[in-house]
Write a protein that binds this ligand. Sequence first.
Ligand code: ATP
Length: 395
Amino acid sequence: MSTVTSSATVAETALASTFAQSSTAADNSELPMLCLRNITKSFGDEIVLEDISFSVPRAATVVLLGPSGCGKTTMLRIIAGLDRPDSGEVWSGSRQLTGPGTFVDVRYRRIGMVFQDLALFPHMTVFKNVAYGLGGRSFGERKKRQQKIVEEAIALVELEGLEHRRPHQLSGGQQQRVALARALVPKPEVILFDEPFASLDTSLRVEVRTEVHELLHSLGTTAVFVTHDQEEAFVIGEEVVVMADKRIVQHDRPSVLYSKPISRWVGLFVGQANMLPASVCGASAQTILGSIQLDEEYTSSQADVLIRPEHLEMLPSGSDNDGSAEAGAEVSTGFGTVELVEYHGHDTMYAVRLADDCVLKVLLPGSSPQFDHGSKVELCYVGPPATAFVKDQVE
Ligand code: ATP
């Protein structure tokens, strides 16, 4: 299934078009496919979601990312119609699904779901599990049409030949595809995924994730994913909604979240980061690495500057700085000792202790580590103008 888009045959392309998302008469294609307005939800005395609003463009994948317990699954259940919010609205195009006096039943929302535990029926074959997505029994011509749709969905996720197996006779990745085919057969307008890869081991997770990503892309399906894994959110999501403590803290494209997080917390949550104390004057920060250019003018005099580990260059202490910074550009340096070496294969993360008990993470590419534990090194900042968080900034 890994080549759905790259080497799709004519037959595969035709299959994909069967399941490709199409606009319904009720939907104005200029409206977002999904729109949530001011959703609030409590369980007993506990407020779980507070004033949540966001929209999902047609054919896009939007990821809800946040720590455990921040309300992601509850949000998904409200979209699906499995839970009712205390207040707020859910719209699909121009169709209101939830709102004052309106609650469209889960069966009529045209929203599919793939759960973390996949929720496959153990006693049913692959074919029957997928057919279940089409609802109750059918007869005659309708039954024939439905059988064809199921066969096509099974072919689309490349499970032909396995129709008669039961879930326990399939690998984790194959089970994942059954769940996806079942969600696809009713031709939903939106598919919701709740941590769908969580039960797979690391290498399979990456493989299945790529397959699902390719398939959603080729079908033009609108999808909402829930995950607490930042890497997964960035790979899958065209847009990422970061949630914390029942609220949305930032909604942006992954590259914007990474380069311009709205707070220290988001900066640290969406990737490896150093927060370097600095004295700020306008768009310049004085740090232990020297002067660092900032991405805008700041009014406060004290701040933490966000330094991504891959934006630090590391040289043996005392060597000439031929740095990768552009010739003539000001280079900021600091001296320190390597305290930790973490080898990842494609790159190595170092922890370097500088003066004042300041420890910085440094990520260097390359297939073997260039420095050992205890090496004396010199650091310089070689990244773009950096973001700062002023000391009195409310998180
Ligand atoms: P995780 O990543 O761990 O799945 P989450 O971000 O998806 O977490 P939710 O499952 O939405 O979080 O739960 C949010 C909060 O609501 C938690 O404190 C949880 O205990 C609570 N909660 C969820 N469902 C119910 C329920 N049916 N009854 C009472 N409390 C609930």
